[in-house]
Design a protein around this ligand. Structure first.
Ligand SMILES: *Cc1c(COP(=O)(O)O)cnc(C)c1O
Length: 375
């Protein structure tokens, strides 16, 4: 059986976790949390990166920093994970979905402006599969209407748009280190903050509304409750697991890209024959091989392909039932304009196994079975 995903493991994780334990500092913001934060700041050029307990929590934190309040509207695609919307629903906002582009499965930047009302406060682009949204256009619209941009870059670490790191283009960026992502700490994430003036507030919200971060830096002599907040900092043991992978981020990304490129090359023929559609990466986007997907003719064919692959010992999966069709989506959101591509394209998409450590002969086996299905 070839699994769909196996969590990344490089070999140094246990040593670093032991070090975190030996440090006798297993709560948040210990040695490894700091190392991870610094690594992300250096890698992305953002003013501040802070590890969080998940990407969901990073997005919640961003929604608080963006001062999203009841009645506000937030624009995003409906083809995304629930957390993208939930973080804003928790603040009482109404989510406004717009259609996606069929080529990248990202929000259609040309539909955003028409969805803006006087209540709109933020745009949330989701960089699907680590392939960037059209950020120049999105930032231009945000500028024109004075909107906050919160990038859901859960899948976007180590990917770029015109040379800029995903997550470090908008006001805030959110990463995920869930076990299904390129780099993992089990459950975890990070927020990237572009505006230095927002760093102190972010530290306060992340630390239960206290100025504990300042206290630990010796800038004040006691810490206290200064604002609203929650607990968004992960244990240093989890950060230790993650750091072992961030150190090898280039190698892990290169290994994933090699699998991605092999799939892509192997399926060119099927695409040319009009049987499937392969992923599209605009030339100014450097992606991180977060996932490899194919698009079948329709839902019925996809169901048959997944069942066939399972019989052959290959776990392929689909995801994202569009949020506007879910019960909570009907309650908390509306779809602006017409759903031309969101539902149709999501029903065609199937993800093939992709993880660090997937072997060449396994990749060849998967390719041969997909080809056999289409024979
Ligand atoms: C994985 C993912 C999330 C959620 O990440 P968690 O760290 O599990 O909270 C949010 N958005 C997208 C697009 C994701 O892929």
């Amino acid at each position: 059986m070839i699994n769909f995903n196996v969590p990344p493991y490089t070999g140094k994780e246990m040593e670093y976790i032991a070090k975190a334990v030996a440090n006798q500092k297993i709560c948040g913001d210990g040695e490894f949390t700091k190392k991870c934060n610094e690594w992300m700041e250096k890698q992305t050029g953002t003013a501040k990166a802070l590890l969080t307990t998940s990407c969901t929590h990073a997005t919640e934190l961003a929604a608080i920093l963006a001062d999203i309040n009841p009645g506000d509207e937030v624009i995003m695609p409906a083809y995304t994970f629930v957390s993208t919307a939930d973080a804003f629903v928790l603040r009482g906002a109404t989510v406004v979905f717009v259609d996606i582009r069929p080529d990248t499965m990202n929000i259609d930047e040309n539909l955003i402006e028409a969805a803006i009302t006087e209540k709109t406060r933020a745009i949330v682009p989701v960089h699907y599969a680590g392939v960037s949204c059209e950020m120049d256009k999105i930032m231009e619209i945000a500028d024109k209407y004075n909107l906050c941009v919160i990038e859901d870059a859960a899948q976007g670490i180590m990917a770029t748009y015109k040379g800029k790191a995903l997550g470090a283009i908008g006001d805030y960026g959110c990463y995920s280190f869930h076990e299904t992502k390129n780099f993992s700490m089990g459950e975890g994430g990070a927020i990237l903050i572009q505006d230095e003036a927002k760093i102190e507030e972010a530290e306060i919200v992340r630390e239960k509304g206290t100025n504990r971060a300042k206290f630990f830096r010796g800038q004040i002599d006691k810490y206290t409750w200064v604002d609203k907040g929650s607990s968004y900092l992960p244990s240093d043991m989890n950060a230790a697991y993650l750091y072992a992978q961030l150190e090898l981020a280039k190698e892990i990304t290169a290994a994933r890209l090699s699998v991605w490129n092999r799939y892509h090359e192997a399926f060119a023929e099927l695409e040319a024959a009009g049987k499937i559609t392969r992923p599209f990466v605009p030339e100014y986007c450097e992606h991180n091989a977060h996932m490899y997907y194919l698009k079948c003719k329709d839902l019925e064919e996809r169901t048959r392909l997944i069942a066939f692959l399972k019989e052959q010992g290959v776990m392929a999966v689909f995801h994202y039932v569009p949020l506007h069709t879910a019960p909570a989506g009907e309650k908390f959101a509306r779809f602006h304009g017409e759903d031309v591509y969101t539902t149709r394209e999501s029903e065609r998409l199937v993800r093939l196994p992709m993880y660090y450590g997937l072997k060449d002969d396994e990749v060849e086996y998967i390719i041969s079975k997909v080809k056999e299905f289409y024979k």
